[in-house]
Write a protein that binds this ligand. Structure first.
Ligand code: HEM
Length: 523
């Protein structure tokens, strides 16, 4: 019965496909010509920005390649710094180069401050994300609350500054201990999965007043999943622009299913903690950032935000603060083993300022400009957040003489700013000294022109605390350890693409330099 059915089925299919295939080809040819005619007409009438021809159905999706930011910079050489591509059913304007990007995000800040209404964005932080929400009055209030509570717990006064530094120092020393343990007997190991836990712990200390051990399986596996978050929301991800990919099994659909479940899991984890805070809330004692956020949103003057925005804010802050800082640290360690001469110089300058008997602190920052220059060069060279989170236009706007309609998706290519040959000499070369002047001092103007935190109304609100974290983690790891690559494996800069670029694989071993200093107990 089965085989009969199968036979009948296959002859039916053959018959069917004999009729359908010519119809499919004809439809495709028709669509192609229609698309080509529209493209030429719109280009002639200047209704369309310059840009490559977009294929029917997929648009330019197949041309993005493994590293879309590099493709976008290459296309800018042909079409100019402001051009248009099509991804599936969405027209996307791509901005490249320092001048066009700053003109858009600063001079036309409000017009470029939107976020597209992608379905994936609605899965984040219970649908009330500050980061992935469109520009509005409510968003402004939400951002202000997040910004001021971050400031209150990291830099408001010398006491909070000190407490924040202590969390980072504690986490850094945990890393030192683990790295030394894993390098026992000269073994090499992959340190990548330690950084997400360390960076998340700094945020958990601020938000919940507690940390999680590197041996806490539930927490470490949650962090491992969260690591994949950026694959779906990075510019060029196909989930939102080709919704029909959801209707049959394929890698994009399964990636999206994973994305939904990791968001649910992460949000549940944070919500749980915020609920505990709500239940034990005392208006006279602000224990941590969760309390501070609950206080403003639920007990402050009416701000139009329901209480669910409290858990959404905490989820956004931990998520944003964890992935980015841990990725920065992975690149820093990778570049330290790739360039041992630079590492040796960093050891020398740190030893000179700090000496062997204490750990580096933020007060040392001004005195170690070479370390600051190294960190800025890592950010510029890797541009590990190569494109910002996708923006959208909130009104019709003209940029470099080109008209962009309201509600257009906009990709902002930070990588192109940091690799612009008009601005940087030999941008493809890793050289921290490019940030030092003739007296060895940090060239602050040049350093702040590196674009990794974006700019304008959507600029990262964690930039200052990220800089403190990255500086202290790096200074302490270098003060205590020397890092060596595995000579049999080499050091590759290959990375995976997403909202952040992550090194694919690397191995190293750590050796103690001098004495192991007192481990500060974190959180
Ligand atoms: C080295 C570390 C970091 C880098 C490179 C980075 C970079 C970025 C970038 C590129 C954006 C998108 C801006 C845009 O769309 O134009 C962003 C947004 C954001 N970042 Fe960061 N970030 C870092 C650390 C942090 C930290 C530590 C926090 C908080 C604790 C944080 C919180 C946020 C938030 C809340 C937004 C959303 C802003 C909005 O949409 O209005 N970031 N960040």
């Amino acid at each position: 019965m089965d085989s009969e059915f199968g036979l009948k089925g296959s002859s039916l299919i053959r018959e069917w496909s004999g009729q359908v295939q010519p119809a499919l080809v004809a439809t495709f040819v028709f669509l192609f010509f229609l698309e080509a005619c529209l493209w030429v007409r719109n280009l002639r009438l200047k209704r369309r920005l310059p840009g490559p021809f977009a294929w029917p159905v997929v648009g330019n999706a197949m041309q993005l390649g493994q590293m879309p930011h590099v493709t976008f910079a290459r296309l800018a050489k042909k079409y100019g710094n402001v051009y248009q591509i099509r991804l599936g059913c969405s027209d996307v304007v791509v901005l490249n180069g320092d001048k066009a990007i700053r003109q858009a995000l600063i001079q036309h800040g409000a017009e470029f401050a939107g976020r597209p209404n992608f379905v994936s964005f609605q899965m984040i932080s219970g649908g009330r994300s500050l980061t992935f929400t469109n520009y509005s009055k409510q968003w402004k209030v939400h951002r202000k609350i997040a910004q001021s509570s971050l400031r209150a717990f990291s830099s408001a006064n010398s006491q909070t500054k000190k407490a924040f530094e202590q969390h980072i120092t504690g986490e850094a020393m945990q890393l030192v201990q683990m790295f030394l343990q894993q390098s026992a007997d000269g073994q090499y190991f992959n340190p990548s999965n330690k950084f997400p836990v360390a960076a998340a712990n700094v945020m958990c200390a601020l938000c919940f007043g507690r940390r999680y051990g590197h041996d806490d399986i539930e927490f470490t596996s949650l962090m491992k999943k969260v690591n994949k978050f950026g694959e779906t929301v990075g510019a060029g991800s196909l989930v939102d622009v080709m919704p029909w990919l959801q209707s049959f099994p394929n890698p994009v659909r399964s990636g999206y299913e994973n994305f939904k479940s990791l968001n649910e899991e992460f949000f549940t984890f944070v919500k749980d903690k915020v609920l505990q805070h709500r239940e034990t809330f005392d208006p006279d004692v602000t224990r941590d950032m969760s309390d501070a956020i609950i206080n403003v949103i639920e007990h402050g003057k009416d701000n139009g935000l329901s209480k669910e925005f409290a858990e959404a804010t905490v989820t956004d802050l931990i998520g944003a603060g964890q992935d980015t800082v841990s990725t920065a640290m992975q690149w820093i360690i990778l570049l330290l083993i790739k360039y041992p001469d630079i590492q040796a110089k960093l050891h020398t300058v740190i030893d000179k300022v700090v000496g062997p008997d204490r750990l580096p602190t933020m007060e040392d920052r001004q005195s170690i400009p070479y370390l600051e220059a190294f960190i800025y060069e890592v950010m510029r060279f890797t541009s590990f957040v190569p494109l910002t989170i996708p923006h959208s236009t909130t009104a019709d706007v003209t940029i470099e003489g080109l008209h962009i309609p309201k509600d257009t998706v906009v990709f902002i290519n930070q990588w192109s700013v940091n690799h612009d040959t008009l601005k940087w000499t030999d941008p493809q070369i890793f050289d921290p000294t490019r940030f030092l002047d003739e007296n060895g001092a940090l060239d602050k103007d040049l350093a702040t022109s590196v674009m990794i935190f974006s700019t304008g109304k959507r600029r990262c609100i964690g930039d200052q605390i990220a800089k403190v974290e990255v500086f202290l983690f790096t200074a302490i790891l270098l003060h205590q350890c020397c890092f060596e690559s595995d000579p049999s494996a080499g050091v590759s800069l290959d990375c995976s693409y997403g909202l952040s670029l992550k090194p694919v694989h690397f191995c190293l071993r750590a050796k103690l330099r001098g004495k192991l200093l007192g481990v500060v107990s974190p959180a």
